[in-house]
Design a protein around this ligand. Structure first.
Ligand SMILES: [Zn+2]
Length: 138
């Protein structure tokens, strides 16, 4: 997954879907190569009013390491259907009129961060082998 911050949104009234057109060069987060288009994926997002909208997101494939990445606009939370501003509002103590279920709101409040966010250094697992490198898990 890569996050784009510079993009245009156009609405396709026939297909009732919003298209996200990034203005950034898609760089592979694994190896740094420039990626090529690899189709689209439809995904919906729910805003603070509870309105659900469908979006077409670009998928990119890295020619060097063959990994495939979904390009998310910065208003979408990874692996969440609610917009990132809705989740952050709840986590900041707001969200009294949030359209999400109570159990979902409780889960967001208990989460230390949004899924897919960079892990802050103090929350990273402690390395016990003394090398400073994380141990590989298989
Ligand atoms: Zn790559």
């Amino acid at each position: 997954m890569i996050v784009t911050r510079q993009y245009a949104i156009t609405y396709d009234a026939v297909r009732e879907v919003y298209k996200i057109q990034s203005e950034e060069v898609p760089i592979c987060p694994k190896c740094g190569a420039v990626m090529a288009g690899h189709g689209i994926r439809r995904r919906h997002a729910i805003d603070s009013s509870g309105t659900s909208r469908w979006f077409e997101l670009r998928r990119w494939r890295c020619p060097a390491c063959q990994s495939v990445h979904l390009e998310l606009p910065d208003f979408m939370a990874p692996r969440r259907h609610y917009g990132i501003d809705v989740i952050r509002d709840v986590q900041a103590g707001g969200g009294e009129s949030c359209p999400a279920d109570d159990s979902t709101i409780r889960r967001w409040k208990n989460a230390k961060q949004l899924p897919g966010s960079p892990v802050p250094p103090e929350a990273r697992p402690v390395c016990l082998n003394g090398t400073g490198a994380e141990e590989e898990t298989t």
